[in-house]
Design a protein around this ligand. Structure first.
Ligand code: A3P
Length: 301
């Protein structure tokens, strides 16, 4: 990356502040352009990937991009994942906002959001856009987000694991409460074109899930193409791929010497972090908050 740009990025990140929209903590640079984000104009042939942070967004981006490209790996490597798929609720100054990047993009577009359902720009519903929602169990999400906030200089420092545990449970992390997010999107899934996919299911049987996603997108792929997509989107392949492993970002943005972006890619890493006492607190709160949601998350495979 151009050293002048790196310097500007570092300067912006030094002044990093958080704000909130309707009580949801978001980077101040997102809040500053909230009107533009909320009034974003979706197009009928957009595909939106929606997730709570760390649920497997980048993984799904690669899967969907390759499905739409009929498994053309060379074309999937045309640009880094964060350029190919505009993140509409982010403005990583001095780079263009996700909204501007999306507006400048030819259709069909693949877009990303972490917004809870109540903050989604209404034009996505008006245009009946297909949405793929990826949900990951809260315990692994919490651990992954903790390490991500340690290395991502565009987000607040997470503090100690103990402090983070309480903040995450209280929804006091960027993009808010995991519980409200998965429940909100879960309720919407039967009213809109939303495919609700679990991270754990993809890890368990990637072929089955890739096929399901292709069908949802109206693509009938050969076994050979499915093979290619499965291989190219495995954790090992994505960790090696400079277009998906974020190695093109300078360490002033993502300091991967602290924690790799493609860190572990497993189900159950929470067991290496949660104290027995934290697990008890978590399970009690989980039961209360998830009661009646109809959502079943797996914390082990
Ligand atoms: P870990 O930190 O647990 O390793 P997001 O893209 O939403 O930020 O999610 C990142 C998480 O998804 C990280 O989790 C990352 O390792 C995991 N991930 C990314 N690609 C993956 C893949 N191909 N297989 C399994 N996990 C993957």
């Amino acid at each position: 990356m151009d050293p002048e740009l790196v310097e500007k990025l570092a300067e912006e990140l030094k002044n990093l502040k958080m704000g909130a929209i309707q009580g949801i903590p978001l980077p101040e640079s997102t809040c500053d352009i909230w009107d533009q984000i909320y009034n974003f104009q979706a197009r009928e042939d957009d595909i939106l990937i929606s997730t709570f942070p760390k649920a497997g967004t980048t993984w799904m981006q690669e899967i969907v991009d390759l499905i739409m490209l009929n498994g053309d790996v060379e074309r999937s490597m045309r640009a880094p994942c964060f350029i190919k798929v505009p993140f509409i609720d982010l403005h990583p100054k001095p780079m263009p906002s996700g909204v501007d990047a999306a507006n400048a993009m030819k259709s069909p577009r693949l877009l990303k959001t972490h917004l809870p359902i109540q903050l989604l720009p209404p034009s996505f519903w008006e245009k009946n856009v297909k949405v793929i929602y990826v949900a990951r169990n809260a315990k692994d999400c919490m651990v992954s987000y903790f390490h991500f906030q340690r290395m991502n200089k565009g987000l607040p420092d997470p503090g100690t694991w103990n402090e983070y545990f309480s903040k995450f449970l209280a929804g006091d992390v960027p993009w808010g409460s995991w519980f409200d997010h998965v429940i909100g999107w879960g309720k919407a899934k039967d009213q809109h074109q939303i495919l609700y996919v679990f991270y754990e299911d993809i890890l368990e049987d990637p072929r089955r899930e890739i096929r399901k996603i292709s069908t949802f997108l109206g693509k009938d792929l050969t076994e050979e193409v499915l093979d290619t997509i499965q291989h190219h989107t495995s954790f090992a392949s994505m960790k090696e791929n400079p277009m998906t492993n974020f190695s093109v970002l300078p360490s002033v943005v993502f300091d991967q010497s602290i924690s790799a972006f493609l860190r572990k890619g497993k189900v159950g890493d929470w067991k290496n972090h949660f104290l027995v006492s934290q697990n008890i607190v978590f399970d009690e709160e989980y039961e209360q908050k998830m009661e009646g949601s109809g959502l079943n998350f797996r914390t082990g495979l």
